[in-house]
Write a protein that binds this ligand. Structure first.
Ligand SMILES: [Zn+2]
Length: 261
């Protein structure tokens, strides 16, 4: 699917709007807003060659979000990197890895647009995918080691009691999808598919805090996720894993809200 086709699907979602245009090809950048209640931030395709997140957000707002819209106010950027999506490139047209551009002085126009429009959230979830042995934008390779071919995530939440990663893993596994159980991923401690920050942080480029989840933790929320499916799986399975991740966290928020009453 090219970006124009994806854009058609996004435009069909109520609450979708163009917030600007990016790259020399002036691709429209979209934000979706809907619902009322706890604010939630969702994003996909920060890396343009990881399209499942964009498809998953279209699917979520088409078929799943309605039953949560009386409890949550959604803000979503379904495809943060339109140029990369169109050209199947990890970076944007300038070759910037947008997941290192979440900083006030960024020169990436996609991120400038986003940062001007975001505030505080109950949680933030950014949908990514792992590539195994695929070519990458020069200089944008992941640090140390190979990408897993199985589902995993980063969960950033200081309060261990509030963490939901293990429940997401359980549900993704129950759906028949494989979980990465390597003891370490990119040199960081992986506990049954969850790299839990802040304690697991070991990767220097993540410690700089310019990835979306680290920026979110600093500026936007006390709970953020980077979800990783595998490009080796059929698209519908990657979308399913993303949907399970989003809805499991939404349900956990509702449960913890009830306990507080
Ligand atoms: Zn990625």
């Amino acid at each position: 699917m090219n970006y124009a086709e994806l854009a058609k699907h996004i435009e069909a979602i109520e609450g979708a709007a163009v917030i600007g245009s990016v790259s020399s090809e002036r691709f429209p950048l979209y934000r979706i807003r809907c619902g009322q209640g706890m604010p939630v931030l969702l994003s996909g395709a920060v890396h343009g060659d990881e399209p499942a997140g964009a498809h998953a957000l279209v699917e979520f707002f088409r078929n799943h979000s309605a039953r949560y819209e009386d409890k949550f106010a959604f803000t979503a950027f379904p495809c943060v990197n339109p140029w990369g999506f169109e050209h199947e490139q990890r970076g944007n047209e300038q070759g910037l890895n947008l997941n290192r551009e979440f900083k006030e002085d960024t020169t990436a126009e996609e991120i400038k647009l986003m940062l001007s429009l975001i505030s505080r959230y109950r949680f933030a979830m950014d949908l990514h995918e792992s590539w195994t042995g695929a070519s990458r934008v020069p200089g944008a390779a992941e640090p140390d080691g190979e990408d897993p071919n199985e589902f995993f995530m980063w969960e950033i939440c200081k309060d261990k009691e509030q963490r939901v990663g293990a429940t997401i893993i359980q549900r993704v596994r129950a759906a028949g999808l494989p979980i990465c159980t390597w003891p370490k991923i990119f040199n960081e401690v992986n506990t049954e598919g969850v790299i839990a920050y802040p304690e697991a942080i070991a990767t220097p480029c993540y410690a700089q805090g310019t990835s979306f989840d680290a920026y979110s933790e600093r500026m936007l929320t006390e709970h953020s996720f980077t979800i990783e499916t595998s490009r080796e799986w059929p698209l519908e399975k990657r979308v399913l894993a993303d949907i399970i991740s989003i809805t499991t966290m939404l349900e956990a928020c509702l449960e913890s809200g009830q306990q507080a009453k």
